[in-house]
Ligand binder design. Structure first.
Ligand SMILES: [Zn+2]
Length: 595
């Protein structure tokens, strides 16, 4: 531990000398060619440094401004949880809440025998599910393959040449592979037909009984009631940083920027012509007003009536755009009128793009016209709804990510008893990794954080302790760790755990160098360096060093505080204030919960 009063040169010794020299030596291991890209490192002003191990500084700064980096991703706990969910999660249908099932061919056959014994059934291979189209080619194909019947929207029909259905309606079409009465003596035929149907529909079949009730069977995850199926889960399915898992509306951020109508239209009594759209101002001969004119013509609204008189759907088009092409006629002069066909994605989007192109500083900042909203699709959970319907012991991965670390630990405690034997076999190693990392976080006093907490909202001290936790997890040896006041902001009880965590790091075979004022930390050190005797130009000297006991035998400013000879006096008289108070009620955010 390096201690001493502020400005006495503690950080100069730890960071500017020891760490800088360690970095420089590390750089020298690269080839001259690589080094030219890394910039030079100056040799610190020091005569000789010997016995220096590779150094890693665990500083108090927030690691990342990236909104996609969270406590869960930095500590890798979330990554292991994704693996856990992909391998052992149970899928539930988002439509019916039914547990999704996958069956082997044998299981499918056995279930058909049990459910439909002695009954006539249709074995069908679904070809179209809830889509529009006339499907001429499909029917032709089915006919050529030799199938005689199809199931169209709930009824059986004969396959005929030039067959088609209403192209503007939504259809369900199945190929009827076989019609038979289920019985043991015909089991060979049932087996062959089920196999053929599974092959046709890529692992899915439907069985219609004599009353036309339909059941689904699938080799993949499927809701037996609605027939909704999920892809086989992969770790990516649970990653909000992957297109396979991220909510499509917010791209996995959990929030979206929406147009703030009150800001765009502060006075709905104004017409568009008279400046009713705040970012545009009054009518001018500009491109965007030409576009608005074209919109007004196409969708039949007026630019001269107060905006509050416009129909809602038309205002929506102005703000959010339309999928239809817009024809804009620009009259350069009487003989030269040009027509442009454009896509229109709303005025805010359009202005933003203009701003980007021109890099126009003078224009209003479009940010002022947008508000941050929790994503309405995933409700802040960042994942697709399918991903949120995989559960382990009745919890989805987002529910776990919003638990604080100590609650999460309780959930993982004894999880084995709540898993099936098969799940336990698969989960064993994954659970070991998760528990170890949760343990490291608890060791550094971060039991109150949640895994979904974004890295950029962490305090410097929290970020430092997370990095400390990951370093303990990395189990490196022969490394020198340098930390700057890790005890800052810590509760007394957690301080003890922190000291133990640092000792752990030491016991792995590392050197831990801490710049610290904390009394307990100093007394627990193997070796203390006391800098002084005063601040600034009067500092920079080592006034004492040795074990804490040796240090206390000496008389320095630091030891006098530790001995209690000196203390920080509590002011006898505090300022009275002016009688007014500033009160905060129900403050909520990050670590604050309605205080
Ligand atoms: Zn979303």
């Amino acid at each position: 531990v390096i201690t001493g009063l502020s400005g006495s040169g503690k950080s100069s010794l730890a960071f500017d000398t020891i760490y800088a020299e360690g970095q420089r030596r590390y750089m020298e291991t690269f080839s001259a060619y690589s080094r030219q890209f890394m910039g030079g490192m100056e040799r610190p002003d020091v005569d000789k440094v010997s016995g220096l191990s590779p150094v890693i500084a665990i500083e108090q700064k927030t690691t990342s401004k990236n909104p996609r980096s969270t406590v869960g991703t930095i500590t890798e706990i979330y990554d292991f949880m994704r693996l856990l969910f992909a391998r052992t999660g149970d899928a539930y249908s988002y439509a019916t809440g039914e547990k999704m099932e996958r069956m082997s061919e044998d299981q499918i056959l056995r279930t058909i025998f049990e459910k439909f014994d002695g009954q006539p059934i249709n074995i069908m291979a679904p070809a179209v599910k809830g889509r529009k189209g006339h499907y001429r080619e499909l029917f032709e194909q089915i006919r050529k393959q030799g199938y005689l019947k199809v199931w169209i929207d709930g009824a059986i029909a004969d396959v005929e040449p030039k067959m088609q259905v209403d192209r503007y309606k939504i259809h369900d079409i199945d190929i009827v592979v076989d019609r038979l009465v289920v019985s043991e003596k015909d089991s060979k035929r049932l087996y062959t037909s089920v196999q053929a149907a599974l092959k046709l529909a890529k692992g899915i079949i439907r069985i219609a009984d004599k009353d036309n009730n339909v059941s689904y069977f699938s080799k993949y995850l499927m809701d037996p009631v609605s027939g909704i199926s999920y892809d086989e889960p992969q770790p990516n399915t649970f990653s909000f940083n992957s297109p396979y898992g991220a909510c499509e509306k917010c791209n996995g951020l959990g929030y979206i920027f929406e147009i703030d109508e009150l800001a765009v239209i502060p006075n709905p009594k104004l017409s568009i012509q008279n400046g009713g759209l705040a970012p545009l101002g009054e009518y001018r001969e500009t491109w965007i007003f030409q576009v608005l004119k074209a919109l007004a013509k196409k969708f039949e609204f007026s630019l001269t009536v107060p905006i509050e008189k416009l129909e809602r759907e038309k205002l929506d088009i102005i703000l959010n755009g339309t999928e239809e092409k817009i024809n804009v006629a620009v009259e350069y002069n009487k003989w030269n009128v040009q027509n442009y066909s454009i896509n229109f994605e709303g005025i805010i989007k359009m202005l933003e793009e203009q701003q980007e192109r021109r890099n126009d500083e003078g224009m209003d900042d479009m940010e002022n016209y947008r508000v941050l909203r929790t994503c309405p699709v995933c409700d802040g959970a960042r994942l697709k709804k399918e991903s949120l319907h995989f559960k382990v012991d009745n919890k989805n991965i987002f529910e776990l990510a919003t638990m604080d670390i100590s609650t999460l630990k309780e959930w993982y405690d004894g999880l084995e008893d709540r898993l099936t034997e098969r799940q336990n076999v698969i989960a064993k190693e994954i659970l070991k990794e998760i528990r170890a990392r949760i343990g490291f976080l608890l060791d550094v006093g971060l039991s109150y954080l949640t895994l979904d907490r974004t890295a950029k909202t962490l305090s410097g001290g929290e970020a430092q302790r997370i990095r400390l936790a990951t370093q303990i997890g990395s189990q490196l040896m022969n490394v020198m760790y340098i930390l700057d006041e890790p005890s800052i902001g810590l509760h007394q009880r957690d301080n003890e755990r922190l000291i133990n965590a640092l000792k752990n790091l030491r016991d792995l075979g590392n050197t831990v160098l801490v710049v610290e004022h904390d009394k307990d930390m100093i007394l627990e050190a193997d070796h203390v360096i006391d800098m002084g005797p005063a601040a600034g130009v009067h500092g920079g000297e080592i006034v004492a060093q040795g074990t804490p006991a040796e240090l206390l035998a000496r008389h320095t400013l630091t030891t006098s505080y530790i001995n209690g000879e000196r203390s920080i006096a509590v002011p006898e008289k505090r300022r009275e204030g002016n009688g007014k108070i500033l009160s905060l009620k129900k403050a909520t955010g990050h670590n604050l919960k309605k205080v």
